[in-house]
Ligand binder design. Structure first.
Ligand SMILES: [Zn+2]
Length: 110
């Protein structure tokens, strides 16, 4: 599909993805923040799992559990944010900008 500017009919169109960028950042931060809470329970699970390997295993297990919980939460939040951003870009925001006349517009996707 070739996009045309609704104002000047130019084909020099840029997609901005503003909603995606913003929501991915917000989602990553929100995911990491909620993962921070989950990290303490992750550390507890890791400590229990690691304790089978002795005292050192409990320490290593709690660190690994906290890191895994935090990273997973941040990735999940960022992914959810990106999906929400795509939705906003396609349905709410003016996602495209004409490079000839600067006109911003959105396009309904099939
Ligand atoms: Zn234009």
């Amino acid at each position: 599909m070739i996009l045309h500017c609704p104002s000047c009919k130019s084909v020099r169109i840029a997609a901005s993805h503003t909603g995606r960028k913003v929501c991915t950042s917000v989602g990553t931060v929100a995911g990491a923040a909620s993962a921070f809470t989950a990290a303490s329970s992750g550390a507890r699970i890791g400590a229990i799992a690691g304790s089978f390997a002795g005292p050192g295993g409990a320490v290593a297990g709690s660190i690994a559990g906290a890191i895994v919980s935090g990273v997973v939460g941040a990735i999940a939040g960022g992914t959810a944010g990106a999906a929400l951003g795509d939705f906003l870009d396609e349905n709410v925001l003016d996602n495209f900008q004409c490079l000839e006349c600067g006109h911003a517009f959105s396009v309904e996707t099939d």
